[in-house]
Design a protein around this ligand. Sequence first.
Ligand code: ZN
Length: 153
Amino acid sequence: MKPKKGGVARPQLKQEYCSFQLEVRPSAIHRWGVFALEAIPKGRKVMEYTGELVSRKEGKKRAESNEIHCLFTIDAYWYVDGAVGGSGAEFVNHCCEPNLESRIVKRHVLYFSLRDIQKGEELLLDYHFGKNQEKVVCKCGAKGCRGFINVVE
Ligand SMILES: [Zn+2]
């Protein structure tokens, strides 16, 4: 990782968790994003979201003490914290019209392509924040943007 003059070092992806050529780059949506360096067909495993497996109690504590956190909800009891040992999938931004979906398989979080993704496209996931969670304004810019990262119904 070579930090640029006056800039912040670009985060790196752990290639062993990526099924395609991907790269972290500055994103128009939020800070960093993950971009496809090759075309990805629909319905393929793109990457795995890795991190430390933490309990709900510990996850809540971490969420409250960090403004930006990377907690992925696995089920009613577990979170994966991408800030610790993350594959880089924690840099995938939210979009209300995503091109990825997450599937949880035996406590592994896998990102699959929802449609064909072109080379150079940013990878995007709908975070589905709960309607009872703190409201987060969405800046994804999609036509169907619901205004918040939280789900409405
Ligand atoms: Zn949006």
